[in-house]
Design a protein around this ligand. Structure first.
Ligand code: ZN
Ligand code: ZN
Length: 258
């Protein structure tokens, strides 16, 4: 059985695991080494058993503990060349570095991986498709907008962790400085609830059975608002949420099955 689990999710930190029971892949580590160990213990995976660490991009909410855990557990680290150059998490031994390119697939143990480019204001950010036990699973957060390229990659995934970062009204009326609001709302910022809902509908039409909304802003969103927006879009399109597919929100500091 494949387990695809968000360990933590939100602007404060992100990490997820996909495991087919033999290969255990950690994607991003936006938490300390000690907290990661605790989080993994709760889902029954020893940190020593991890097969690899994949990195989406160099922002601190994704790499806070990356260097520490790579060194501590001698974990191979996969990222694009520009992400490695921009990464600021201490020295990672050359022997552990695995440079990847968008749209070039590779294998880690029994799991296939395909990185794809995402529109986000980082050096060379990627999302990931994972192929395990004959099914596709996708991680798509930190995306400024949805384009055909992105949609073509995540379409027909069995389960998707999809960004639903902010409610535009809350962001606009909120206390963030103007430049930060502009950044978040830009094409290379973060995905709003409204666009997440549109994307979720496309995914369900393509056969996706489980969507977990993630990377929620603490200031500019609530789990209820994110859920409501996508739930409404799906229901309006005649989809029976809970029967035709499962919709959930990834918890900020707790494990959530995707
Ligand atoms: Zn980011
Ligand atoms: Zn992020």
């Amino acid at each position: 059985m494949v387990n695809f689990i968000s360990l933590i999710s939100g602007s404060s930190g992100n990490a997820s695991v996909i495991s087919d029971g033999r290969t255990h892949i950690l994607t991003d580590c936006g938490m300390s080494g000690a907290r990661l160990k605790d989080a993994l213990k709760k889902i029954g995976i020893a940190p020593e058993a991890l097969s690899a660490l994949l990195i989406t991009h160099e922002h601190i909410d994704h790499v806070r503990g990356a260097g520490v855990i790579a060194r501590r557990y001698s974990l191979p680290v996969y990222a694009t060349e520009k992400t490695f150059s921009a990464l600021n998490c201490g020295r990672i031994d050359d022997a552990l570095i695995r440079v990847i390119k968008p749209d070039r697939d590779f294998e880690i143990g029994t799991v296939g991986v395909l990185p794809f480019s995402i529109p986000h204001d980082a050096a060379d950010p990627v999302g990931y498709n994972y192929f395990a036990e004959g099914e596709k699973y996708s991680l798509a957060t930190d995306i400024g907008h949805i384009n055909d390229y992105l949609l073509s990659h995540i379409r027909s995934s069995r389960a998707v962790l999809l960004e639903s970062n902010h409610n535009v009204g809350m962001l606009e009326a909120g206390s963030y400085p103007y430049h930060l609001k502009r950044r978040i709302l830009s094409d290379t910022g973060h995905l709003s609830n409204e666009y997440a809902a549109k994307c979720a509908l496309e995914l369900v039409k393509s056969g996706t059975e489980r969507i977990t909304l993630g990377h929620l802003s603490r200031e500019n969103n609530t789990p209820e608002l994110a859920l409501l927006e996508t739930h409404t879009a799906l229901t309006d399109a005649g989809i029976n949420v809970g029967t035709d597919m499962r919709l959930a929100v990834a918890k900020r500091f707790e494990a959530t099955r995707i």
